[in-house]
Design a protein around this ligand. Structure first.
Ligand code: AKG
Length: 311
């Protein structure tokens, strides 16, 4: 099948290129405003490339008119605030769309995309690779099969270090990335919902450009959470070996998923192409959680609700 990719010079594009290659498909067109895209040769030396969106679209329409050469999948890895515009362009072009997280920033935009899906007959899928992580499957299965009274006590610590480039890029601009909770936290808000059910209450205790923390109460769990991209927040046992520490302690039993995270794009692609991708309704819950938290003003934690890193 033919793939086109928006955001070819970005941080995450190489994982999409690798997934397309490993699945045996062709990258036929790519676009980025930045021209540092030599990485494209790792997948194809014949892929058309554009630095202007209009020229890229013209080429995509032209491909569509060539019998058998149209684009099947439209991949969106652009800055988050452009996702909905780029997804819309792909759907109207007659493609199914694979988009990086967060799919969009508001529930209203999700409704808009659902209407466009209905109108065009094409689908959009979000990359939520943490759902494919074996440690998360293990915890999900444990919670699913265990009979218990009362909620699990959960402590979630999610540190994934990013250097100064992060804040200098669009990711550091909350108007473009929607902040660290949307850009990085979205993964674990999604995971918590998949494992522990519906969200019943939320509190935000801290939020700045590097980190956030709070308390969430799900049907099956009370969750104290802490998120950071600051190296200072790496625990002793992680520093030196790794720039990530992703851990969820459930009633004191720890499930660590610091490693293995970066290899899950190909799994995500395999699932999407097999008809098991995560569409609009699958990501609605986590987008609503992030949207709700982004409207909150941080407040002091109540008794028993603070993550230990906050004290
Ligand atoms: C990103 O940087 O876009 C991610 O989704 C990475 C999240 C992580 O490192 O845990």
């Amino acid at each position: 099948m033919n793939f086109a990719l928006i955001g070819a010079a970005g941080y995450i594009a190489p994982r999409h290129m690798q997934a397309i290659k490993e699945m045996g498909h062709a990258l036929v067109a790519a676009y980025d405003i930045n021209d540092s895209v030599g990485i494209i040769d790792s997948i194809s030396t014949e892929c058309a490339f554009f630095t202007e969106f209009e020229s890229f679209m013209e080429h995509a329409w032209w491909l569509r008119r060539q019998r058998g050469r149209g684009i099947d999948y439209w991949v969106v890895c652009s800055p988050n605030h452009l996702h909905s515009a780029h997804i819309t362009a792909g759907l109207y072009l007659g493609c199914d769309v694979i988009c990086e997280k967060p799919l969009v920033s508001t529930p209203a935009q999700l409704d808009e995309l659902r209407s466009i899906e209905q109108e065009t007959g094409h689908r959009v899928y979000s990359i939520m690779q943490l759902r494919h992580h074996p440690a998360i499957h293990e915890l999900r299965d444990k919670v699913m099969h265990e009979q218990r009274n009362g909620r699990y006590e959960v402590e979630l610590t999610y540190v994934t270090v990013r250097g100064p480039w992060y804040l200098a890029s669009w990711k550091g601009d909350p108007r473009k990335s929607f902040g660290v909770m949307a850009e990085i936290g979205i993964h674990f808000f999604d995971m918590l919902h998949v494992i522990f059910g519906g969200l019943e209450s939320q509190a935000l205790h801290y939020h700045d450009e590097h980190k956030a923390a709070g308390y969430l109460e799900y049907e099956k769990a009370r969750v104290r959470w802490f998120l950071s991209i600051d190296a200072e927040d790496l625990p002793e046992r992680a520093s030196g070996q790794s720039s990530t520490f992703r851990s969820i302690a459930c009633d004191g039993e720890e499930f660590e998923f610091s490693s293995g995270f970066n290899d899950l794009h190909t799994v995500s692609y395999r699932e999407i192409l097999a008809g098991r991708g995560f569409g609009i309704e699958a990501v609605r819950h986590c987008l609503e959680t992030v949207h709700g938290l982004s409207l909150d003003t941080p407040a002091l934690p109540r008794e028993g609700e603070a993550h230990p890193r906050l004290s």
